[in-house]
Design a protein around this ligand. Sequence first.
Ligand SMILES: [Zn+2]
Length: 102
Amino acid sequence: MITRRKSIKIAGVNFKIVQKKRVDLDGDWGEADIDKREIYIARETTDEEFNATLKHEILHCLLRMSGLFYSILKEDYEAEEGMVRMVENLYLPIIEQIDEKI
Ligand SMILES: [Zn+2]
């Protein structure tokens, strides 16, 4: 059974995971606030969507915490989203294959 996490440690920092109404996330499914150490996820998600959104928002956190968002990405939100989706949609499925039984 999948349960919805209430917190997660990212790079040694504890982030609180808060469920919000999607309308309060400007229609998005998730959002990360690095300064507040909080990740917001729409409560309308299924458990699987919740976890997928959490993985997506964690990638945003990594780009901010590593400084790449401010250096290489020059605080370009579209470029950041592209990098997040590249890892999420292309890299992670490859990595998951490594743990599959062959
Ligand atoms: Zn995103």
